[in-house]
Design a protein around this ligand. Structure first.
Ligand SMILES: [Zn+2]
Length: 450
């Protein structure tokens, strides 16, 4: 009997080992599938800028056109990190791409398993060598297929063979990308590269070195800024010989530039307003009715109507417009400023109508700002476009308003006329006046983001 139990136990052990192996196999297969099953989005605006980081303040890498498909890698502040054709990685404003029901793929941390692990441009050992990595370096694996792992590498992506990397189950959200700048010293492949139809070469980051020869040990001619487009002359190994507009000829490392087959530099003057997040704040609302006209009409209703007119106008430009309130409800001042901070608004605009101590004693509109360094450019851009209204423009002025003071973002408060002035109210109550304000604010923002 004892023996039978013993045999049975042995059998169980074997059986469980088998099940464990099966479970592990299933888990590893699913995680590979999850990595390979990346979400793609389609560009819905006519042209969308791809930037180095998640926000308007980052440099442009390139532009993508309507209906192009992009692979989502990550998300930050309503911006998507995407992988483009040609294996570039950059950021696009999420509201400019068709992003229904997508979520960033879970990138996994990979650990390089040996010194000098090669990073290739494509999943092919005969492709261009982008650089090498050292043992124990952590990388962000964005895609896996067959024997290859695609990783984030500097401002682009590269491919590492399975033998050189161990992927972990850990989700990569804190891994720093190996900086491609540091890889400039790495060996270059001797493979003879076929001549493409390259016409221009554009730097993808600031500080790219223009050198006298096609090697990192050659003398430095100058450092180039980001987005500098130069004429392509020839290619040697992983280096491009280029000519700048001022006529300087030198060599740049291929992995620090993007190439184009047109003479025209990458068009970078897309409507930046389309990438901007604008928070519009309709003053007062709900229990707080605001100031009153001589006919007992209240400020809160007109601020909301004006904000809605501005919203409709801005939405046509593709901007991401967020309202602090979109109905007649009570919203405290704290949440209004915090919404601007939380959404990392590129501009915050609060709309109000003034009131003087006695009726009909003041007239006109004023653009208020709080922090000269942060707000004055926004204030003057908008104020300079507020023209052609039938009331006097009283200019820009400092104003210690809570929604400006507690704001971290560029912000202004527009007092668009005295509601207790009959002359001003005759304007304020018309749709034409509010739509003119919307047009002017729109042009002011275009000016600001230029
Ligand atoms: Zn007010």
């Amino acid at each position: 009997m004892k023996k039978i139990i013993h045999l049975f136990k042995q059998y169980l052990n074997k059986y469980w080992t088998f099940i464990l192996i099966a479970i592990l196999l299933i888990i590893s297969t699913t995680s590979t599938v999850a990595l390979a099953n990346l979400s793609t989005v389609t560009v819905k605006a006519n042209a969308v800028n791809v930037r180095v980081g998640p926000g308007l303040s980052y440099d442009l890498i390139t532009q993508v056109k309507k209906d192009e498909k992009l692979t989502i890698i990550d998300k930050k502040n309503s911006w998507w990190q995407v992988r483009l054709a040609g294996d570039k990685v950059g950021w696009v404003a999420s509201w400019l791409v068709d992003n229904t029901e997508v979520s960033p793929s879970s990138n996994h941390i990979g650990i390089i398993s040996q010194n000098g692990a090669n990073v290739y441009k494509t999943d092919d050992t005969t492709s261009e060598l982008l650089g090498t990595l050292q043992a124990n370096q952590k990388v962000n694996v964005v895609y896996q297929e067959n024997n290859w792992n695609q990783i984030l590498f500097g401002k682009t992506v590269g491919w590492v063979q399975n033998d050189d990397i161990q992927t972990t189950g850990k989700i990569a959200d804190t891994v720093n990308k190996p900086d491609s700048k540091n890889t400039e010293n790495n060996k270059t492949s001797n493979r003879k590269l076929k001549e493409d139809n390259i016409k221009t070469v554009t730097t993808i980051q600031a500080g790219v070195t223009l050198r006298e020869n096609a090697t990192t040990s050659s003398a430095e001619i100058t450092k180039l800024p980001a987005n500098k487009t130069m004429t392509f002359l020839e290619k040697e190994n992983d280096w491009y010989k280029v000519k700048t507009k001022s006529g300087t000829v030198g060599w740049v490392a291929s992995w620090l530039v993007s190439i184009s087959d047109t003479d025209k530099p990458v068009k970078i003057n897309a409507n930046n307003l389309s990438e901007a997040t604008i928070v519009l704040d309709a003053g007062h609302g709900g229990k707080d009715v605001g100031a009153e006209s001589s006919t007992n009409k209240h400020e809160a209703g007109y601020t909301l109507k004006t904000v809605k007119a501005i919203r409709d106008k801005l939405k046509q430009s593709g901007a991401n417009v967020i309202l602090t309130r979109d109905s007649d409800k009570t919203v405290a001042l704290g949440p209004r400023a915090r919404l601007s901070n939380k959404k990392k608004a590129d501009a915050f605009i609060s709309i109000h109508f003034d009131s003087s101590a006695s009726t009909n004693s003041a007239s006109g509109f004023t653009t208020y700002y709080y922090d000269n360094a942060r707000d004055s450019k926004l204030a003057s851009s908008i104020n300079s476009q507020l023209k052609g209204l039938k009331l006097d423009n009283r200019g820009t002025a400092f104003g210690d308003y809570y929604v400006l003071r507690e704001n971290d973002r560029p912000s202004v408060l527009l007092e668009m006329g005295y509601i207790n002035s009959d002359k001003d109210f005759a304007q304020i109550k018309t749709k034409a006046y509010r739509e003119k304000i919307a047009d002017d604010v729109y042009r002011g923002l275009q000016e600001y983001f230029k």
